[in-house]
Write a protein that binds this ligand. Structure first.
Ligand code: GDP
Length: 393
């Protein structure tokens, strides 16, 4: 029954330059009143940018063929009713059990080995292997073993509590407590901050866009999502569903294969028009040629830069993919300036060492981690909470 009173509001913006028809959609629990007739405008022919075309049309009811203008303020009022998300601070601690399940297994092995009666070369080799098996990478694993060996010599103790705090300290050193993990999502005057989300399909990119929107909404910001992964209709629909769920309008094209840069451009323009704080742009993650990827992401960045600043380029990596994930990271880092990594599915792997490996590989921090499929299962990365999940305590 409730579905019957849900009206789908669609603001249609016509863009030029082959951009196709762009839609801004959100679900609203109350049927909207049609605006006065003088505001009703048919979509005109495309000309120049969407800002120039700027004609928005909407269907205030589900009656077919009804076309009226949807002013930006009405569009804003059409934000869906969603329950207020929890603030992001301390989320990783709250979600620690998700990490602990997988990471403590690897921590337990390390602590056992370190506390063993005979800490000989074979045991140190085993410790190193355990670290490598957890995807930490060979060089960091060697470094960590060397540091631990020095600690053991200097402190001369293998009391379990002391061993745990030693391991904790050295893991924290490797993870890095001083890296700037803040997300740059502050508005620039009348312009929204822009976050580009890149990564290979299947890593959790679309889910990440929505979860991030919800984190930001929980922290009091307004967010618009841009569906620039135009090569998969399903991805656009998926972002739409997520956007409805988390309370972020979605700017999309109705045409599969539409120019992603055009959608990104319109998302940013809409963000400016509606006074959004942050525009998050989902991009295509096809595994095609490096040149193609570079062209596509480069064009998106260039086009957005005409009206706003790209503040963050977040690379989404699936923590369960190990070396393959690192290879993907390398390719993306070569074609675009990645500012932060989002490591998804950390709830599903004991290979948390990838946090260390990927930071070392790219020289950029892990800023967010995915810890499940739910809308609030993402957290700002906190090294201490992460390491505590490994060593217990
Ligand atoms: P995309 O193709 O990169 O956009 O990936 P999607 O966002 O569609 O996600 C792919 C699958 O991974 C979906 O089934 C998601 O529910 C799942 N997923 C995403 N993030 C996480 C996470 O942090 N943990 C778990 N367990 N699953 C996740």
């Amino acid at each position: 029954m409730e579905d019957l009173i849900i009206a789908i509001v669609a603001a249609v913006v016509v863009v030029g330059g082959g951009g196709g028809t762009l839609l801004v959609r959100s679900r609203h629990r109350h049927a909207l009143q049609a605006p006065p007739p003088d505001r009703a405008v048919e979509s005109g022919p495309s000309s120049g940018s969407s800002a120039a075309a700027g004609t928005a049309t909407a269907q205030p009811t589900l009656a077919p063929g009804t076309t009226v203008t949807l002013p930006p303020d009405v569009a804003a009022a059409a934000a869906p009713e969603v329950e207020k998300p929890p603030p992001s601070a301390g989320r990783m601690v709250r979600l620690r059990s998700r990490l602990a399940r997988s990471q403590s297994a690897f921590g337990g092995v390390l602590l056992n080995l370190l506390s063993s009666d005979r800490l000989d070369d074979d045991t140190w080799d085993e410790i190193e292997e355990t670290l490598i098996t957890a995807d930490m990478g060979v060089a960091p694993a060697r470094q960590l073993v060397e540091d631990l060996r020095t600690d053991v010599k200097v402190e001369g103790t293998r009391d379990p509590a002391e061993v745990r705090s030693m391991l904790r300290r050295e893991l924290l050193n490797q993870v890095g407590v001083d890296m700037d993990r803040s997300l740059h999502t502050a508005r620039h005057g009348d312009r929204p901050a822009v976050v580009l989300v890149v990564g290979v399909n299947g890593t959790g990119k679309t889910t990440t866009c929505a979860k991030l929107a919800r984190v930001l909404i929980g922290d009091g910001q307004t967010v618009l999502l841009g569906a620039a992964d135009t090569f998969r209709a399903a991805a656009v629909d998926q972002l739409q569903t997520w956007g409805d769920r988390v309370g972020a309008p979605v700017i999309r094209s109705d045409r599969e294969g539409a120019d992603p840069a055009s959608v990104a451009f319109d998302a940013v323009n809409q963000g400016i028009e509606r006074g959004a704080d942050v525009v998050i742009v989902d991009t295509a993650g096809r595994l095609h040629t490096k040149a193609g990827l570079m062209d596509e992401l480069g064009k998106i960045k260039r086009v957005i830069s005409r009206h706003a600043t790209v503040d963050e380029v977040l690379l989404v990596l699936d923590a369960t993919t190990g070396q393959n994930g690192l290879r993907q990271a390398r390719v993306f880092a070569e074609v675009v300036d990645v500012t932060g990594v989002v490591l998804t599915k950390l709830d599903g792997t004991a290979k948390g060492g990838i946090v260390i490996a990927v930071q070392r590989e790219l020289g950029v921090p892990v800023k967010l981690v995915g810890l499940g499929e739910g809308q609030d299962d993402m957290a700002p990365f906190e090294p201490e909470a992460f390491v505590d999940a490994i060593v217990g305590g």
